[in-house]
Design a protein around this ligand. Structure first.
Ligand code: ADP
Length: 478
């Protein structure tokens, strides 16, 4: 029997074990789909303090070792679980990973030692590979947290081909000269001789055998719009021939109104009228009047500038005059959080703001809102608009990145949502006003049906990853 291709998939977060954002959704759902496409998958992530070992059925330690970080030595132990035909591997270390947060404190402040934490994590993975505990045909790394690994392998002559996936080019993992002392001497020497920037994503792009990002449009935008790569455009141009875009998929086991246990009433494309019960329940939970006739706009998002919040804030009062209701879930930039909080205080009967991480409420917003607001300035892929489509909650999006690849503008005949071109509050307002008009018409049901029947499951994307893995293998590592 032909040996299955063994992929070692590294990520700083992987749902359901740990989650701060979209990376966790992908690391939790792409690997099981790749197994269905015929690969063998091991996913390696840190054992954060919030992971319940017994509930998640972790066994171990199955391997122990230590790594040096400058003058310090840190031990680590490896635990593992087997679920959905994937081996989930966890690196445990008391000092770096026992705290409950992933990247930040409960107040949202980034840990001061995040660079050290992920250099440690990568060194532990490297130690597992060098000691023979971890083997793989391909090492698939994600974002800056594990982007140094392709370079670390090459510096040591380890010939495992590598793929780097960029989930968001804005977060690059820059480190200081002092922090570079945490690297091994051989890596520091290579850094100096190769005149490399102290930037993990930059180094990852230069040394990975192949690089991809999470939608075709974002890939093309990174090549054509220098401002989107935040200083890395020269590197993007250098690697563009081995840089591709593969759209993320959704985990429809977990994000599916037909079987979602977190929503008030299950429904399908054949029972759309049942969605209303979810709206009433959401209005009740959010403390808004139970008026099902008024359009309810939902948002689940990190509340940061790039997600389009200043555009939303600009037009909110005009939409409030049009009788719109709003539910916002998310945390982020303190300025934006404060401005949204003030809107909720000023319009308690129309605006509800929940500023926490709340998985259940996220599902209830997908099911209960009439429209989903996602006017991001740029969006590598975006998952919430894909979930909204599945829940029959047409998204209102800016035409960029993965939003452009998944939402088709309603033109009176076809389409599954509302899309505006120009990144301005006027354009967002016009398109939202158009959505509000269609909301009153019989056509609204057609849009809901189109949205719910669009298929963004992982099957297609997993096949594209498989063919990318095969092409990397056939090229061989340089
Ligand atoms: P990001 O840029 O943050 O990764 P995505 O749309 O790709 O954006 O993915 C965000 C993921 O995080 C989605 O699964 C979304 O539902 C979830 N999420 C974001 N904020 C919250 C929150 N406050 N509570 C629950 N889930 C959240």
């Amino acid at each position: 029997m032909k040996n299955k291709l063994h992929i070692l998939y590294t990520a700083a977060e992987a749902a359901p074990y740990s989650k701060a954002g979209g990376l966790a959704d992908v690391a939790g759902s792409l690997p099981p789909s790749l197994v269905q496409s015929g690969c063998r998958l091991s996913v390696i992530s840190p054992l954060y303090g919030s992971i319940d070992r017994s509930r998640q059925k972790l066994t171990g330690p199955v391997f122990k070792d230590q790594v040096s970080l400058g003058s310090d030595v840190q031990p680590f132990a490896v635990y593992q679980a087997f679920a959905r035909n994937v081996t989930w591997i966890f690196i445990s270390n008391e000092y770096f990973f026992s705290r409950p947060g992933i990247y930040t404190t409960a107040d949202g402040i980034g840990f001061h030692d995040n660079t050290a934490r992920y250099i440690f994590f990568q060194k532990a993975i490297l130690a597992c590979i060098m000691k023979g505990y971890l083997k793989a045909d391909i090492l698939h790394v994600n974002d800056h947290h594990t982007a140094l690994l392709p370079w670390m392998l090459k510096n040591r002559g380890i010939k495992i081909p590598t793929l780097l996936t960029i989930h968001n080019c804005m977060y690059q993992g820059q480190f200081t000269d002092d922090e570079s002392r945490l690297l091994d001497t051989c890596d520091r020497d290579f850094m100096v001789s190769g005149s490399l920037n102290r930037n993990a994503l930059d180094i990852g792009m230069r040394y990975a055998d192949s690089i991809n990002t999470v939608s075709r449009t974002y890939r093309d935008e990174l090549v054509s719009r220098p401002e989107l790569s935040y200083g890395l455009h020269p590197t993007i141009l250098k690697i563009k021939d081995r840089f591709t875009g593969i759209l993320n998929g959704a985990d429809y086991q977990y994000w599916n109104p037909e079987q979602d246990r977190m929503i008030a009433e299950n429904y399908s494309v054949n029972s759309i009228s049942r969605k209303e019960k979810n709206k009433l329940q959401l209005l009740n939970t959010a403390g808004l009047p139970a008026d099902a006739a008024k359009p309810l706009l939902g948002s689940i998002s990190r509340q940061v500038e790039s997600k389009g919040f200043f555009l939303i804030l600009d037009i909110m009062e005009k939409l409030i005059k049009l009788d719109c209701l709003f539910v916002f879930l998310g945390t982020g930039d303190i300025r934006i959080m404060t401005m949204l909080g003030k809107m909720a205080e000023k319009y308690p009967n129309q605006v509800a703001v929940v500023q926490e991480y709340n998985e259940g409420l996220a599902h209830q917003i997908e099911a209960g809102a009439d429209m989903f607001l996602m006017p991001s300035e740029y969006e590598p892929c975006g998952l919430n608009q894909i979930y909204s489509l599945k829940y029959g909650t047409p998204p209102i999006v800016h035409k960029t990145g993965g939003l452009a690849d998944t939402v088709i503008r309603w033109d009176g005949q076809t389409g599954n949502g509302f899309v505006f071109d120009d990144y301005s509050s006027a354009a967002l307002f016009n398109e939202t006003e158009r959505a509000l008009t269609v909301f009153q018409m019989a056509d609204w049901k057609k849009i809901i049906r189109n949205a719910m029947t669009a298929d963004f499951s992982w099957d297609q994307s997993a096949k594209q990853y498989l063919s990318l893995y095969n092409s990397i293998l056939s090229m061989g590592t340089k």
